[in-house]
Design a protein. Sequence first.
Length: 179
Amino acid sequence: MIIAINPGHAPGGSPDPGAVSPDGTRESDITAAVGLLVSDYLQQLGHIAPVIQSDDLVEICNTANSMNADLFVSIHCNAAYNPNANGAETYYANGSVDGEKLARMIQMEIINGIPVLNRGVKQAKFYVLVSTYMPAVLVELAFLSNRYDESILIDHRCQRDFAKAIADGIVKYIAEVER
């Protein structure tokens, strides 16, 4: 299978690093690290898992669509004005049955493997979810604006855990739809 992996925001943080924590941790750096690990895990299992990181959402979606990807996974870090906001959540496009199934499997793996609050699976009309032709999800790993969540996001071991959880959710989804 071809699984397009999209670490959110611009490579190297320029021009848009996405969310930035009070300590200067950039979303684009965390998502790049986790996205590459997800790709590595999936490739070890025989899947094709190109990483598409760009600041241009049209380019991201066009690239995934033109490669005829079977699945699309966008990886992000959340942020909020309230520093107490925390946890992981996974989004899918309104009405996408397969997107919802994939989102639920990824969210379950994250919550079972990483000590973060379960903010649930939600519908959204995010550009990358509605402009891709395949089942698509957007994973918000945790909040950079929350000290505890940030400590998890910057920990390399936890980054591997997030990546493994996302990859495991994808693999479980593939196994279920191929039955």
